[in-house]
Structure formats: structure tokens, C-alpha cells
Design a protein around this ligand. Structure first.
Ligand code: NAP
Length: 342
């Protein structure tokens, strides 16, 4: 384990805000993780787990504890008798590196999730999803260190309580994800239901292999989402809300073009539509914080922005959405360093 003192969290979050961590423990093995936890206990300090910080808002004051930066490497592949392939990756592997590794071997299942920033260990936490795929659909099991008893456990997918950007890991910070095993397929079909992929198909983009689909998704994302090398951002700041059928019907009377996607809870509506067409907030800016014009659900923080300014901006957006539509929106981005992290 490598221990650093006073390291700024802004260097470890894609929003590029956040004050110093009292200690940052770089963990490349399970033993490192245990050592970091023992160190935190000996120092009587709280601890938090961090991947690439791509869905995290860190306080300006930093964190007076130990941050476990998960850097566990490795991708291993084994075949199953039913033709499926089990792929296990360390929590610190970059998510897109795993997508590329699977595509190189022509394995289907995670190609629509290409280009999502973050680590493999973070992927199950919020059940990352894009273009009609969710990571839960391919997860066979998640290997965790249960810090309440010090045991390593293998949780099958059914035990992870996966939902829309939801899982048991979001609500049980005692479970530290060490690795994830995916069940991928040698034979598959491209999943092209989403309009951006349909349009790519119509315009002649090759979409017949996992590699081609992954590349098409990366190209779409590059057009619609900010470049992390240029902007501080954590992608979608809010979840797309699911609202009751009656609420949807009422809004549809007012905004006939409002898209709606029925699911088991009601109707999911794209928040980007509300921010853009209902509130006129496409590209809206307050100081150094703004909504990305090509996709207003994405909040961008210019260099020098603060976490408190982002927090105030997000609260203001949520209030405006509620005032105009009656919908209460939830954040997707989490402040894992606050006292109440759930
Ligand atoms: P989009 O394709 O314009 O879709 C906007 C909204 O409509 C999303 O709520 C999406 O649901 C929903 N939707 C669209 N087509 C659908 C269909 N055929 N069936 C069911 N629901 C449908 O969204 P976008 O902003 O360009 O993003 C593309 C994809 O990447 C989306 O899946 C989005 O969630 C994902 N994404 C996630 C992040 C992040 O930070 N979490 C950032 C960028 C993009 P879903 O959200 O359930 O897909």
C-alpha cells in the first residue's frame, strides 16, 4: 500500500473539485485494502473507497480520514460449458479497458457500455447503464470484502439488489468491491434500440461486432458528452425521473413532444427534455458551473469551480424542475465524503 498525506481530492475526481484527503491509500491488492483499513482503525479515522471519482462530488474541505484508492488490476477469462465466457476483472481496472478487452475477443454483452468513465469496481455500485444496456445484465458475481466481519464473500447477481442506477453497494458502504465476474456471450446480436444507434445504423456505420458497436458508442459519446480532458464533469448529474402515468399524461398535455418510456414503476422521462424544452436551460451558466449544451443533463465545472457552487447550482436546478413540473429529481452524483453518504 502506498500512503500519501494531504493529497487533493480534486486530482482524483472528474469534476475536479475537492479539498485534501488526510490520507490517500493506493490499494493494488486485497492485502493493501486490509492494511489501509487497519491503518484507519489504528488512527481512529473514517475511511471511504474511491475508484476514478467519475460519479463523485468531493467537499471543498476535503476528507478528514483515509481514502482507499482502488487500483486492483487484472483481467482473466475462462470458458463455460454453455458457450458463455466468464471474465473477471479487478476493481481498479478501467471500465473501458475491460469493454475493449471483451470486444477484442468478440465477446458480447458490455459493448453498449463503451466509453463510460470509471473503474470496474464502481460499475456495479450504481449499475451503470447506457443505450439500453445495464451492467447488471452481464454480472455473474461480485467479490467483496465485508468489513463488518473481515471475510471475503462472493455475491451472486441476485444478491446485489440491482435497479436503475441502484444496488446494495450504494447503501452498504461496509462492502468493498475487490473484483467483478461477468458472463459474456460468444454469440450475440447488436442491441440498437436507442435512437442514436439507430441513426448510426441508418447512416451506414458498421455495427455487426462488439468492437464495431463499442466504437460507434464511443463516437456518439464523443459528440454528445464533454471531454474529460477539457472539462470537469461527472456525466449525468441527475437520474432520469420515473413519474406516475397520471403525471406524465398531465405534462404531455402541456408539452406534447415530451418523450416517455414506460417501465414497471411508471413512465421514465428524459430530464434533458425538461431542462431544455420546458425550462430553457440548455447551456445555462452560473459562474463557473453550467449545463452542457449538447446534453443539458450533464453538469460542467470550469477550472476553479468549487464543490459548494456545484451543490448550490444543482439545488437550484432541482428546485426549478420541481416548480415547473412538480417532479422531484434525484442526484446520480454522490458526495461519498459527507457524513451521511446514503
Ligand atoms: P437518450 O438516448 O437521448 O435518452 C434520453 C432518455 O430516454 C434516457 O432516460 C433514456 O433512458 C431514455 N430512452 C431513450 N431511448 C429509450 C428506449 N428505447 N427505451 C427506454 N428508454 C429510452 O440519452 P443520452 O443522454 O444521449 O444518453 C445515452 C445513454 O447513455 C442513456 O442510456 C443514458 O442513460 C446513458 N448515459 C449515462 C450517463 C451517466 O453519467 N450516467 C451519461 C451519459 C449517458 P436510460 O437513461 O435508462 O438509458
Amino acid at each position: 500500500m502506498i500512503l500519501e498525506e494531504g493529497h487533493p481530492l480534486r486530482a482524483h475526481t472528474t469534476l475536479r473539485v475537492g479539498g485534501p484527503a488526510r490520507f490517500l491509500a493506493r490499494c493494488a491488492t486485497e492485502a493493501d485494502v486490509r492494511e489501509a483499513l487497519a491503518f484507519a482503525e489504528a488512527q481512529r479515522l473514517p475511511w471511504r473507497v474511491l475508484g476514478e471519482g467519475s460519479n463523485v462530488l468531493a467537499d471543498d474541505a476535503g476528507f478528514a480520514g483515509v481514502v482507499l484508492r482502488m487500483e486492483l488490476p487484472g483481467i482473466s477469462i475462462s470458458s463455460q460449458e454453455d458457450g458463455a465466457v466468464l471474465v473477471t476483472a479487478g476493481a481498479g481496472v478501467s471500465w473501458d479497458a475491460l469493454v475493449r478487452a471483451a470486444a477484442t475477443r468478440a465477446l458480447w454483452g458490455i459493448e453498449n457500455l463503451a466509453g463510460i468513465p470509471g473503474t470496474v469496481g464502481a460499475a456495479p455500485v450504481q449499475n451503470i447503464g447506457a443505450y439500453g444496456s445495464e451492467v447488471k445484465d452481464t454480472i455473474a458475481s461480485v467479490r467483496v470484502l465485508d468489513t463488518t466481519c473481515g471475510q471475503v464473500r462472493e455475491l451472486l447477481s441476485e444478491a446485489c439488489a440491482f435497479g436503475y442506477r441502484e444496488s446494495t453497494f450504494k447503501h452498504d458502504p461496509a462492502l468493498i468491491i475487490l473484483s467483478v465476474t461477468f458472463r459474456l456471450a460468444r454469440v450475440g446480436e447488436p442491441a440498437l434500440a436507442y435512437k442514436d444507434l439507430q441513426q448510426a445504423k441508418t447512416s451506414g456505420v458498421a455495427l455487426t461486432t462488439p468492437s464495431e458497436v463499442g466504437e460507434a458508442v464511443r463516437a456518439i459519446r464523443a459528440r454528445k458528452f464533454p471531454d474529460l480532458r477539457e472539462h470537469g464533469t461527472a456525466g449525468s448529474f441527475f437520474k432520469n425521473p420515473t413519474i406516475a402515468h397520471e403525471v406524465f399524461a398531465r405534462l404531455r398535455m402541456q408539452y406534447p413532444e415530451l418523450p416517455g418510456f414506460p417501465n414497471e414503476m411508471g413512465v421514465k422521462v428524459p430530464l434533458a427534455f425538461i431542462l431544455d424544452r420546458v425550462l430553457g436551460l440548455r447551456g445555462y451558466r452560473e459562474g463557473k458551473v453550467w449545463l452542457f449544451a449538447a446534453q443539458p443533463l450533464v453538469l460542467v465545472a470550469d477550472a476553479g469551480a468549487t464543490a459548494s457552487a456545484i451543490d448550490a447550482f444543482a439545488n437550484d436546478i432541482a428546485r426549478r424542475v420541481h416548480d415547473a413540473t412538480g417532479i422531484s429529481i434525484e442526484r446520480e452524483v454522490r458526495n461519498i465524503f459527507s457524513q451521511n453518504i446514503l
